[in-house]
Design a protein around this ligand. Structure first.
Ligand SMILES: NC(=O)c1ccc[n+]([C@@H]2O[C@H](COP(=O)([O-])OP(=O)(O)OC[C@H]3O[C@@H](n4cnc5c(N)ncnc54)[C@H](O)[C@@H]3O)[C@@H](O)[C@H]2O)c1
Length: 370
C-alpha cells in the first residue's frame, strides 16, 4: 500500500519543515491503533494533537474494542489486526498491545507497507526484535520505538547541551522512574505475571531508562543489578537498582520501582563542567543547569539556570516526531536498534541480579522467552 505523498513545503506560504506553521501542507495520515488498553489513550491524544486521523482500531477483546470505538468515534474496528491491514485503509499504526504482540503486528504492518510506532519493550527476544527491524527496513517503512522520554522537552534540551559540550565530559549519571500504580493495592493484571509481561519494573520502567542512558551517555559495557519484591504479591520484581559502566568509562545508576509513592521521573547528569538535574517531583517539570561560571562561588553556592517545559506531553511530542519521520522531515528519534539495545541492557541486568555478579553486556542472554 502506498502512502499519499506530501505536497512540497513552500516557505513563501509560511510552511516550515518541522511543523508549527499556520498552514499545514500535509494531508492527514490515516492511523490505526492495535491494542486499546491503558497506554492507547496517549497515542490517540498525540495523533489528534498532531492533526492525524485515527481511522481504525484493533483489539482482541471485543468489549474493550467496542467501548473505545464508541468513545473515540472510530468507525473501523477489528478483533484481528490482520483484517485491519487487509482493508488497506491505514498509512501508519501504533502497536500498543502487550509485548508478545509487538512482533507479529509489526511484521504484518511491514507486509502491508504500513509505518510502525511500536510500544516498548520492542520484544522479549533479541532475534525477534532483529526480525522486526529487518522486515520494516526491507519494506521501506518507518519503524520507531515508543521510548517517549527521548522526546521530553527536558531530554531534548539536555541532549543539545551535551552535544554542545556545555557539561564537558560526563562522569556519571543517575536515572529514575518509579511509581506506585496510582496507589492501587495490586499491579495491573497484564503486568503482574512473567507469562504476560516478561518482567517486572526492571523491564517495564527500566527499558526506558536504559534507552536514556545510551541517549545521554554512551554504549554500556557492564551492568551490576539487584532486584527485590517488596510490596506486591507478584512473581516479578517490584524494585530494582542497576549500576552501569559505559564504554567511555563513565558510571551510571538506574533506579526503578513500583514501590514509590506517586509518580517520579528524573535524570541527573554530571559532567566535568557542570550538571543537569531534572525531576518532575514537585509537579512542575523542572531542569536545573548547575554550573560555575561566576568567580567566588562557594562549596554549596553555584550558578544555576532553570528550565521549565510547557506544551505537549512527551507522548504527543514523540508522535509528532514519528509523523515527521514518515514525511521525511527528520530522522527517526528512537530506532528499532535503539529499542533492541535497551532490551539487551535489561536482559544483562536480569542475568546480573540472578548471578549476583557484574555482567558484560556482550555476554547478556538473548531472550526472556522460555
Ligand atoms: N511508553 C510507555 O510509557 C508505556 C506505558 C504503558 C505501557 N506501555 C507498553 O504498551 C503495551 C500495552 O500496555 P498497556 O498498559 O496499554 O496494557 P493494557 O493491558 O492496558 O492494554 C493492552 C490491550 O491490548 C489488547 N490486546 C491483547 N492482545 C491483543 C492482540 N493480539 N491484538 C490486539 N490487541 C490485543 C488487550 O485486550 C488490551 O486492551 C505494553 O507493551 C507496555 O509495555 C508503554
Amino acid at each position: 500500500m502506498s502512502v499519499r505523498p506530501a505536497p512540497a513545503i513552500d516557505p513563501a506560504r509560511g510552511d516550515t519543515p518541522y511543523g508549527g506553521a499556520d498552514i499545514d501542507p500535509h494531508p492527514p495520515l490515516r492511523i490505526g491503533i492495535i491494542g486499546v488498553g491503558g497506554i492507547s489513550q496517549a497515542h490517540r491524544n498525540g495523533y489528534l494533537a498532531a492533526g492525524a486521523e485515527l481511522v481504525a482500531i484493533a483489539d482482541s477483546q471485543p468489549q474493550a474494542l467496542q467501548a473505545r470505538a464508541q468513545a473515540w468515534g472510530v468507525e473501523r474496528s477489528y478483533t484481528d489486526f490482520r483484517a485491519m491491514f487487509a482493508d488497506g485503509e491505514v498509512d501508519a499504526v501504533s502497536i500498543a498491545a502487550p509485548t508478545a504482540v509487538h512482533a507479529p503486528a509489526t511484521l504484518a504492518a511491514a507486509d502491508h507497507g504500513v509505518h510502525v510506532l511500536c510500544e516498548k519493550p520492542i520484544a522479549l527476544d533479541l532475534e525477534q526484535g532483529r526480525t522486526m527491524i529487518d522486515a520494516c527496513r526491507h519494506a521501506g517503512v518507518v519503524f520507531m520505538i515508543n521510548h517517549q522520554l527521548r522526546s521530553h522537552g527536558a531530554a531534548e534540551l539536555a541532549k543539545r547541551m551535551l552535544e554542545r559540550g556545555d557539561l564537558g565530559d560526563i562522569t556519571h549519571l543517575r536515572l529514575r522512574q518509579a511509581h506506585d500504580w496510582a496507589g492501587s493495592a495490586a499491579v495491573r493484571m497484564s503486568f503482574s505475571t512473567r507469562a504476560s509481561s516478561g518482567g517486572g519494573t526492571l523491564l517495564d520502567n527500566g527499558c526506558h531508562l536504559m534507552d536514556l542512558a545510551r541517549y545521554f551517555g554512551d554504549d554500556v559495557e557492564e551492568v551490576y543489578a539487584r532486584t527485590a519484591t517488596r510490596k506486591f504479591a507478584v512473581e516479578l520484581e517490584d524494585t530494582a537498582h542497576v549500576s552501569l559502566r559505559f564504554m567511555n568509562g563513565a558510571l551510571g545508576t538506574v533506579e526503578v520501582a513500583w514501590t514509590a509513592t506517586g509518580w517520579e521521573e528524573g535524570f541527573w547528569i554530571y559532567g566535568t563542567h557542570g550538571a543537569l538535574e531534572y525531576t518532575n517531583r514537585s509537579g512542575v517539570p523542572l531542569m536545573r543547569h548547575v554550573h560555575r561560571a561566576s568567580p567566588g562561588t562557594t562549596w554549596g553556592e553555584t550558578d544555576v539556570s532553570e528550565h521549565r517545559f510547557a506544551g505537549d506531553a512527551p507522548h504527543a511530542r514523540h508522535i509528532r516526531a514519528f509523523l515527521a519521520a514518515i514525511r521525511g522531515e527528520r530522522p527517526v528519534v528512537c530506532s528499532g536498534e535503539d529499542g533492541l539495545e535497551a532490551v539487551r541492557l535489561v536482559f544483562a541486568a536480569y542475568e546480573s541480579a540472578e548471578r549476583n555478579a557484574p555482567i558484560r553486556v556482550a555476554d547478556a542472554p538473548t531472550t526472556l522467552l522460555g
